[in-house]
Write a protein that binds this ligand. Structure first.
Ligand SMILES: [Zn+2]
Length: 383
């Protein structure tokens, strides 16, 4: 691996700034959407010690060593160019060098991961891969997987704090299965190490920072693509009022990429949908008028009576609940604003604010009301 001068100085910066915070590792199950019975790894950078389930170190691996690991007679066996090692049902590859990176060749695609890997053999003969990764490495990886297209360090800081907050709040999500988070949308999408220097910098500049509520707990840092100019109250989407997830007027989302949308459907189909699902009286003209000329200047939760906009959005696969309805010939036109559930932070609004020069703390406090930003060392000091 060739490392440029800029990258070396960045790495030094990262080591120094992460050093100010205690090191925290988290266990993330990787390739958790796949089933596989063998894995191939390459030591991409650094040095690793391999131990078995008893904790006994069996071998050290160095850069470019390639390992194929698969079960033989219900035991994990490691094949390399020089050795065949019988390891039992569990293998730990513990990083020992300075910049420790391993590459997973199988199962495809080839991805790079930081820090340690744990491999276990399941009852059904398949393998689980758990990346035991330093929290800040993980945060940078998730920011890249979820927001990698933007090119604004302040926006990446916003994302890094949100991702770190989500991570801490959901750290018990897979406790029963022996790890902490999976690498899919169920938790947060994570496709290995971050290779973007802007994201690495934004992560290191905010190292350890999370958003907390008045009781000091990590907040529910939910976000969506675009609020349509007004965010939604949490209870209108999930039924539960949370004080920091209040509707705010959001001029920063207006005019951004996903600001507006339109969808049409036959008038008869729309009325039939309402009759079938809600016994809506589609033979009464005044009632029909209400659902064919619906307007919401500010966000509303219901179309009429008991018909929630959230349910209509789900059923008709609309981009948001923030829409007006009009008629055109025999068609119904939904003219909507925003993209997503609308609760918490609008990503496009936050990106716009960052471009306009707001700092990440102002942006987070604009979308999450009354929250505080603290560091992990303050809420859970390590020994
Ligand atoms: Zn999960």
């Amino acid at each position: 691996m060739k490392i440029s001068r800029a990258a070396i100085s960045l790495i030094i910066t990262l080591v120094l700034s992460f050093g100010a915070q205690a090191r925290r590792d988290i266990r993330v199950r990787i390739y958790s959407d796949r089933t596989f019975k063998s894995v191939q790894l390459v030591i991409f950078s650094g040095n690793y010690e391999m131990s078995d389930s008893s904790g006994t170190v069996q071998k050290a691996w160095n850069k470019n060593d390639t390992l194929t690991i698969k079960p033989v007679n219900n035991e994990l066996v490691v094949f390399s160019s020089a050795d065949t090692l019988f390891m039992g049902k569990f293998i730990r590859l513990q990083s020992k060098g300075f910049l420790n990176i391993f590459q997973v060749l199988l199962p495809d695609p080839k991805r790079l991961y930081d820090d340690n890997i744990l491999i276990s053999l399941r009852e059904d003969g398949t393998l689980w891969l758990i990346n035991e990764v330093e929290l800040e490495h993980y945060v940078a990886g998730v920011v890249q997987a979820e927001a990698g297209i933007a090119k604004n360090i302040e926006f990446f800081k916003v994302q890094a704090v949100a991702v770190r907050t989500f991570t801490l709040r959901n750290i018990e999500k897979h406790a029963a299965e022996g790890y902490q988070l999976c690498d899919q949308t169920h938790c947060q999408v994570y496709k290995g190490r971050c290779g973007n220097t802007d994201i690495m910098l934004a992560t290191s500049k905010t190292a350890g920072e999370i958003m907390v509520d008045t009781s000091g707990q990590p907040i529910m840092a939910v976000f969506h693509s675009n609020s349509g100019g007004q965010t939604a109250n949490s209870e209108d989407v999930w039924g539960k009022a949370i004080y920091y997830l209040r509707s705010v007027n959001d001029p920063y989302s207006i005019g951004q990429n996903s600001y507006s949308w339109q969808k049409t459907m036959p008038r008869t189909e729309w009325l039939e949908y309402l009759r079938k699902n809600y016994e809506y009286p589609i033979n009464i003209p005044s009632e029909v008028k209400q659902v064919t000329s619906f307007q919401q200047a500010a966000r509303r939760a219901y179309l009429v009576d008991n018909i929630s906009l959230r349910k209509v959005r789900e059923d008709l696969k609309l981009r948001s609940t923030f829409f007006n309805i009009s008629e055109q010939d025999d068609q119904i036109v939904f003219s909507g604003k925003g993209f997503g559930h609308g609760v918490g932070m609008s990503q496009e609004g936050a990106m716009n604010m960052a471009r306009q020069g707001f700092n990440y703390i102002d942006i987070l406090k604009f979308y999450y009301l009354g929250i505080e930003i603290t560091t992990l060392d303050q809420i859970s000091p390590t020994e």
